[in-house]
Write a protein that binds this ligand. Structure first.
Ligand SMILES: C[S@@+](CC[C@H](N)C(=O)[O-])C[C@H]1O[C@@H](n2cnc3c(N)ncnc32)[C@H](O)[C@@H]1O
Length: 109
């Protein structure tokens, strides 16, 4: 495990996750709701607790969310229950061996 992964694991364990609970980025909502993109398959890299993934799934996208910390993925799965999202625990720098496949129409980070 890398030191960075260890750090994120500790931050989630401590509950120090200042990136959580913000409004979604306008760059994402504008893209999704602006009418220029048809929903397809989306990949959310470093998905955390899944706000972006759940948002995309709620707008018709089939989403795969990837994060290498288990704790936020548990929250993400609860948040996106009933929506077409698959959450996978993997390192996004090793995607070719993570089994997530290819053919994504939208990749967010
Ligand atoms: C700053 S948080 C952002 C979380 C989420 N995207 C959001 O906007 O709320 C970064 C997330 O990326 C994950 N992450 C960082 N590097 C990663 C890597 N190499 N592979 C998988 N996840 C990673 C961390 O565990 C953390 O959940």
């Amino acid at each position: 495990m890398s030191s960075r992964q260890r750090l994120f694991r500790w931050l989630y364990r401590l509950g120090f996750t200042p990136w959580d609970g913000h409004p979604l980025a306008h760059s994402l909502t504008g893209l999704v709701e602006g009418g220029g993109l048809r929903p397809g398959a989306a990949l959310d890299l470093g998905c955390g607790t899944g706000d972006n993934a759940a948002y995309l799934a709620g707008h018709g996208w089939r989403v795969t969310g990837v994060d290498y910390v288990a704790k936020p993925l548990k929250k993400a799965r609860a948040k996106a229950a009933g929506l077409p999202v698959l959450f996978i625990k993997a390192d996004v720098t090793q995607l070719s061996t993570s089994g997530i496949g290819a053919g994504y129409d939208l990749i967010i980070d």
